[in-house]
Design a protein around this ligand. Structure first.
Ligand SMILES: Cc1cc2nc3c(=O)[nH]c(=O)nc-3n(C[C@H](O)[C@H](O)[C@H](O)COP(=O)(O)OP(=O)(O)OC[C@H]3O[C@@H](n4cnc5c(N)ncnc54)[C@H](O)[C@@H]3O)c2cc1C
Ligand code: FES
Length: 278
């Protein structure tokens, strides 16, 4: 009997990594560095790549910069894999495959938008803000962190043609408070067409709840544990829809977010066990 699985399709689907040289490395904060590569990735803001350290592991990272000629990844040193990566010097190579995932998208009638970013989540939004501002869209950009030393891309944001709001929990820079404080005010005072959001999931959930109250549509980047990055392994599927976020996300709009029952509550670790957000 003839197999219904075409092996060539599968082999083509399992994209291979290209070994790219780290052409530059810039320290952004105490635990975040940006790694630059000369390679035409042709990505859109919100997409990610899988970064491979041979014989160690492969992990997903959002694309922080894409100039057309090259790209950059802003990476926080948080555990075993990223500690290995931080040993790599300029000139050494790592494997990259992608870009993958559903990016943020422009909505034709959205003329007044808010972007809310935290940590490395600010980077894809900064690229999108640049594009939208050029097209005449009014962009309110809210960037937040616990304290000034953890604020990412502040200088980059100051150069954008956006209304910039910066919050820190301890008041060491910008307004003391959290990103939902200015968001609540903006939603109260202006007619906002769309809110874009990328950051820690509890922050995203608080932003999404405010958008629901104000009946404003949102696009939110939802990060889940990813192994293959191409919709094969199921590691990144979410309860409620069962959809793999590496393909149907990471950027997900309000109508689908409402159906994802784990959003803002828990995610699954590498073994599939639930890990609740604290
Ligand atoms: C779409 C997407 C985009 C991301 N973009 C960035 C980025 O731009 N910059 C950045 O610093 N980090 C990003 N991450 C998170 C990054 O993948 C993890 O921080 C990294 O894998 C941690 O590995 P570790 O071994 O150093 O730490 P660990 O100690 O293994 O893990 C630390 C944290 O990272 C999470 N994590 C570990 N492995 C994975 C994995 N395979 N997939 C998803 N999460 C994982 C864990 O759940 C845990 O919360 C992104 C994740 C996703 C899903
Ligand atoms: S990471 Fe394998 S299906 Fe998404």
């Amino acid at each position: 009997m003839k197999s219904s699985i075409n092996m060539n399709d599968w082999i083509n689907k399992l994209d291979k990594s290209v070994m790219l040289k780290i052409v530059d490395r810039v320290k952004e904060t105490s635990n975040v560095d940006t790694f630059y590569f000369d390679y035409r990735l042709n990505s859109r803001p919100g997409q990610f790549v899988m970064l491979w350290l041979p014989e160690i592991n492969e992990k997903p990272f959002s694309i922080a910069y894409d100039t057309g000629e090259g790209f950059g990844l802003s990476i926080a040193k948080v555990g075993a894999f990223t500690e290995e990566l931080f040993q790599k010097k300029k000139g050494e190579r790592v494997g990259i495959r992608g870009p993958y995932g559903r990016p943020f998208w422009k909505e034709k009638d959205a003329k007044n938008v808010v972007m809310v970013g935290g940590g490395y989540g600010v980077a894809p939004l900064a690229t999108l803000a640049e594009e939208l501002a050029k097209e005449g869209v009014k962009v309110h950009f809210i960037s937040g962190a616990r304290s000034q030393d953890l604020l990412l891309f502040n200088e980059r944001l100051k150069k954008l043609k956006v209304e910039l709001y910066t919050t820190t929990n301890d008041g060491s820079y910008g307004t003391k408070g959290v990103v939902t404080d200015p968001l609540r005010e903006i939603l109260r005072q202006e007619k906002i067409d769309l809110v874009y959001c990328c950051g820690k999931e509890q922050m995203e959930k608080a932003v999404f709840d405010l958008c629901e109250e104000a009946k404003v549509n949102a696009q939110v980047s939802v990060e889940r544990y990813m192994k293959c990055g191409i919709g094969v392994c199921g590691a990144c599927s979410v309860d409620g829809t069962g959809a793999p976020t590496c393909q149907k996300g990471p950027v997900i709009e309000s109508a689908t977010l409402r159906k994802i029952t784990e959003f803002g509550k828990y995610h699954r670790g590498g073994s599939g066990k639930k890990e609740y957000f604290k």
